[in-house]
Design a protein around this ligand. Structure first.
Ligand code: ARG
Length: 606
């Protein structure tokens, strides 16, 4: 588990940082054709190799299609001379209309009719009602065909609050899964529940005392949390009053039975887990999120943990850690948690038992990753070991080509540690693991206190939307105001989260995020609804011809139409680029740009 050092050093794992964006953001086949034309011309007129010319072409700004910064080629001749060479030898062709010198730049303009034809053909081939339907959705590609990725995300802990970190992981993980799918990969969406540890012993004891069958079936997540709070209070009171800690003793005993595979005890725990999953599935659906697999810490088999321990042993990676060392670790960890700089699992933050027993650890100090304990003195399993063995187990089961962990930056050290250990173990999949991290969300609380359930978060976003639906007569005509407000609310939650770069923290602000002014989820829903209404109200009705070649391209000559076409042309490349950056914000800003361009075209043309 994570040591406090993690919080201080803020170790970043390999892939979590930003990656360079490809320079030219344009559908790559389209770009290829058009760019090749500009490249051939550049290469010929400036007498440079084609690959050098390639490095100089960028997507243009403000109405320019492609721009070349001539100094980038570091040629001996003077700039005006070079620019003159390119412009004077240019003759318009099927792909390029003109080139303009604007020292130190050269601007290339794509022939509108060709561009429109190419983009429409491609978009048309993806639309449901065309004869030349390729079956692919516009923007998708097949580069990942035959490859499998596991995306592990959300991963809340049963009987504990669904905190902001889980919310972000849910949202980002879903987008990353969709991006992989759009790039042709087979995606396994996995939820790795925190469903094991001493706290489940405590929960079972609590359920005996305070549980209600009815409440459990009604809303397992909420009920188990309430029970957990009560039983924790019992344990704390016993401790404060210096009494015998009966509650904790019982809990330890139940957990020991669970680890030993005692069937009646496991049956109770299984019911808690199953009912929680049932409820979670419903709430995730509100957010339009689904999982292929509900894995969990509990499902990492003890045989797998033993096998992983054996590898550590054979590779000579294990060393001992005295109770004193562990004790110091624990104290530091507690201090960091209190300061709110470190997130951790209860079980591992538990005070170590007194005695001379030794814990087993892996010394990663030479990589500045501390010395994480992998086995407690009493032999019980531990968070990090479940992650190590769990990765092996998943590899054996799914033979993934890549596995992504979408986990907040508070667990950067933990992830870096278990990735390092896996690579020291020479696991065949070690290089395929990636950590996609993200910053915190602040201010996720209501008047009643901190938010504890995903439902509450969604209700918080829905409220201002419902309020607005009831306000004006026009909005009162909405057929199902409740579900409409819910849909808009969830879009707002998602868009707010995806707008900024992943690494940035942000403030959760229901009022601002649901506003119809500015770039919000509500605005995107509005832009979409408006387009639907254009289609609905058009007289005569919009009927697309069976083939894109039947569309009269001459009718799309307005600059506003061209703006939409050129932007649509960039979309397939946005999808490719997102696979490299793992930035949902790239997709979201494309959506906003497109909505703005369409809205401005609507104002001009409708
Ligand atoms: N359940 C954990 C928590 O809430 C997150 C799990 C992250 N994934 C992992 N493989 N460790 O802190």
């Amino acid at each position: 588990m994570m040591a406090t050092q993690a919080c201080r050093v803020g170790v970043k794992s390999g892939v979590s940082g930003l990656r360079a964006q490809p320079r030219s953001n344009f559908d790559y086949k389209l770009r290829y054709r058009v760019q090749m034309n500009s490249l051939f011309h550049l290469s010929k007129s400036l007498e440079i190799p084609i690959d050098i010319a390639f490095t100089g072409v960028d997507l243009g700004k403000k109405g320019v299609d492609f721009t070349v910064a001539v100094p980038r080629f570091r040629l001996k001749a003077k700039l005006p001379e070079l620019i003159e060479k390119v412009t004077s030898t240019f003759s318009p062709n099927h792909h390029l209309e003109r080139v303009v010198g604007d020292s130190p730049f050269l601007h290339f303009y794509v022939r509108t009719s060709t561009l429109t034809r190419l983009v429409l053909d491609k978009a048309y081939a993806s639309s449901g009602n065309s004869a030349n339907n390729s079956g692919d959705t516009y923007g998708t590609n097949k580069q990942g065909i035959g490859k499998k990725v596991i995306v592990e995300f959300s991963s809340p802990n049963i009987a504990k609050p669904f905190h902001a970190g889980h919310l972000r992981s849910t949202i980002i993980g879903t987008v990353i899964s969709n991006i992989y799918e759009a790039n042709g990969w087979q995606v396994i969406r996995m939820n790795y529940l925190g469903d094991w540890g001493k706290q489940f012993g405590l929960l079972a004891v609590g359920f005996e005392r305070y549980g209600s069958e009815e409440a459990l079936t009604e809303n397992a997540i909420m009920h188990l949390y309430e029970v957990y709070v009560k039983v924790n209070r019992d344990a704390a009171t016993e401790k404060e009053n210096g009494k015998r800690e009966v509650t904790n003793e019982l809990a330890r005993e139940v957990f020991r039975k669970m680890e030993a595979g005692d069937e009646p005890t496991l049956a109770i725990w299984r019911r808690f887990r199953d009912l929680s999953i049932r409820k979670y599935t419903k709430v995730y659906a509100r957010l339009n999120v689904r999982f292929d697999i509900y894995a969990g810490e509990s499902l990492v088999s003890s045989a797998q943990i033993k096998a992983a321990m054996d590898i550590l042993q054979t590779k000579g990676l294990l060393s001992t850690k005295t109770s004193k060392e562990s004790d110091n670790n624990w104290k530091e960890k507690r201090a960091a948690m209190a300061a709110g700089v470190c997130d951790t699992q209860d079980e591992d933050s538990e005070e170590p038992s007194a005695g001379n027993d030794l814990a087993l650890a892996v010394d990663l100090n030479q990589w500045k990753l501390g010395k994480p304990v992998v086995r407690k003195p009493d032999g019980t399993t531990i968070y990090i070991m479940r992650d190590i063995a769990g990765a092996y187990q998943r590899y054996e089961e799914y033979k993934f080509d890549k596995m992504i962990y979408v986990v907040g930056d508070q667990q950067d050290l933990h992830v870096a540690q278990f990735f390092k250990i896996i690579s020291l173990m020479d696991a065949p999949f070690a290089n395929t693991l990636e950590h996609v991290n993200f910053g915190r969300v602040n201010g996720m609380s209501t008047r009643k206190g901190d938010v504890k359930f995903l439902d509450e978060i969604l209700d918080m976003a829905k409220e201002p939307c419902s309020h607005r639906c009831n306000k004006t007569e026009k909005l009162q005509q909405i057929k199902d105001p409740e579900s409409t407000a819910d849909q808009i609310g969830m879009t707002c939650v998602k868009i707010q989260d995806m707008q900024a770069k992943r690494v940035h923290a942000y403030n959760f602000d229901p009022q601002r995020m649901t506003s119809f002014e500015g770039d919000t989820g509500a605005y995107l829903q509005y832009a979409h609804a408006r387009l639907c209404s254009v289609e609905r109200k058009a007289t005569p009705a919009v009927v697309l011809p069976p083939s894109s070649s039947d569309i009269d391209i001459a009718l799309l000559a307005e600059p506003k139409a061209r703006e939409i076409i050129i932007l649509l042309g960039t979309y397939p490349d946005v999808v490719r680029a997102a696979l490299k950056t793992y930035e949902p914000s790239n997709i979201v800003s494309f959506c906003f740009k497109l909505s703005h361009v369409i809205s401005s075209a609507g104002n001009h043309l409708l």
